[in-house]
Design a binder for this molecule. Structure first.
Ligand code: ZN
Length: 158
């Protein structure tokens, strides 16, 4: 288990466009494992490779239904609309209201470089949009309606 350092807003790496993955090497497999560990450790629902300083088109997501790994993901269909609070591990302790599609379909490669499609609604659709934006250097903060606000945690950090 390896936890990587999560880059925070202001770090240039978060503004860059990521390169597609052409082969899942041992290094890439290790990166994916580390991204999952890092996301769970930080209690996030998603993490994109640039957030750990790697400019590759890789995203991990878990909204509570198990891990999803997306390599070179593309949004191929959206529908509806949802407006709600969104946060980001790269903007710790903050959240802001963002409008996203309520339904999103994604095409991506899995860890065997096999193409698959996955669809999600609600939080999962929001996570797809948010994390895939990271791969193009886009932060959710630029879409926030109104002000960012601090998040109140129910439990104390240990
Ligand atoms: Zn984020």
């Amino acid at each position: 288990m390896a936890i990587r350092t999560i880059r925070t807003e202001g770090d240039e790496v978060l503004t860059k466009k990521c390169r597609p993955v052409d082969k899942v090497t041992n290094r890439i497999s290790q990166l994916i494992d580390d991204m999952l560990d890092t996301m769970y450790e930080a209690m996030g629902v998603g993490l994109a490779a640039p957030q750990v300083g790697v400019l590759k088109r890789i995203v991990v997501i878990d909204v509570g239904d198990g891990p999803i790994v997306l390599i070179n993901p593309e949004i191929i269909e959206t529908a509806g609309e949802q407006t709600g609070d969104e946060g980001c591990l790269s903007v710790p302790g903050m959240a802001g209201k963002v409008t996203r599609p309520n339904y999103v379909k994604v095409r991506a490669l899995d860890e065997d470089m096999q193409e698959f499609e996955i669809e999600g609604e609600g939080l999962l659709a929001r996570a797809f949009c948010h994390e895939i934006d990271h791969l193009d250097g886009i932060m959710y903060t630029q879409f926030v309606e109104g002000e960012l606000h601090t998040v109140k945690y129910e439990e104390e950090d240990d």
